[in-house]
Design a protein around this ligand. Structure first.
Ligand code: CAA
Length: 258
């Protein structure tokens, strides 16, 4: 049995963290299952992914505390490395990933959302990094991604105190792009993913690579990364189609990812 479900609707893939009895908490198997799903995504046809949590309560309530309770330090670091490698894979995944945060996004769950490109949330969502209250620190990238995303002082307050941030505050802090009712969330996530999927896939993928690559380096190196990525679009069939359609004042044919 897999703890991660996957289905597709048109050009969008929907990944559901499905360990509802433990509020979708992440253990070793969940990491393996999530990796297997990502490895199976058909990148020819799928143009955006959504990650959400099963049930009405939780996106992901963190790494599995029971499985970590008696871990020696080296095993803790090993688990952290495994999670980090997977979350880097998510961050660097060729197509955009939208986190549809439908409840608790705590510890590793908050970190999973942070590794995605865009976060939207339901009004019952809660973000927190409660690890210091458990005697550890976030080890799936939370100490690195949160301060890069939001005000450093707020990030440090969340890290040092485990402050719980509800959806409306998460919007104010810039953790999420939008907040919806629980009933609306998945429709809105699909709407956003479909809007991404309606654009030329080569362009969207190049934009993701350019933004992510550029965030790691100086502006001069970033401009070079942008130029390298801009080369991917020019000369593609989708670019010719879209630009000729503009010049000829007609709608472009649907994009074909070539
Ligand atoms: N690990 C393991 N099991 C978890 C879990 C977690 N992170 N979070 C919830 N569960 C389990 C509970 O043990 C419980 O199981 P049983 O029914 O078998 O007792 C079940 O999920 C339901 O949880 P609660 O009864 O606690 O539900 P609640 O509504 O009363 O509370 C909650 C919900 C506030 C999210 C609470 O469960 C909680 O505080 N969970 C832990 C959150 C947390 O600290 N996460 C960080 C983990 S550390 C980490 O993530 C490290 C890292 O960076 C990699």
């Amino acid at each position: 049995m897999s703890f991660v479900e996957y289905k597709t609707e048109g050009h969008v893939g929907i990944i559901t963290m499905s360990r509802e009895k433990a509020l979708n908490a992440i253990n070793d198997q969940v990491l393996d299952d999530l990796e297997a799903v990502l490895d199976g995504v058909d990148l020819e046809n799928i143009r955006a992914l959504i990650i959400t949590g099963a049930g009405k309560k939780a996106f992901v309530a963190g790494a599995d505390i029971a499985s970590m309770a008696d871990m020696p330090s080296e095993d803790g670091v090993k688990f952290g490395r495994k999670g980090n490698e997977l979350f880097l894979k998510i961050e660097r995944f060729p197509i955009p990933i939208v986190a549809a945060v439908n409840g608790f996004a705590l510890g590793g769950g908050c970190e999973l959302a942070l590794a995605c490109d865009i976060r939207i949330a339901s009004d019952n969502a809660m973000f927190a990094l409660p690890e210091t209250g458990l005697g550890i620190i976030p080890s799936f990238g939370g100490t690195q991604r949160l301060p890069r995303l939001i005000n450093v002082g707020i990030a440090k307050e969340m890290l040092y105190t485990g402050r719980r941030v509800m959806a409306d505050e998460a919007l104010k802090f810039g953790i999420v792009n939008a907040v919806y009712t629980q009933d609306e969330l998945m429709d809105k996530a699909m709407e956003l993913a479909n809007r991404i999927a309606s654009k030329a896939p080569i362009g969207v993928r190049a934009a993701k690579a350019a933004v992510n690559g550029g965030l790691q380096v100086s502006i001069d190196e970033g401009i070079e990364i942008e130029l390298e990525n801009s080369a991917k679009g020019f000369g593609s069939q989708d670019q010719r189609n879209a630009m000729h359609a503009f010049v000829e004042k007609r709608k472009p044919d649907p994009f074909i990812n070539k």
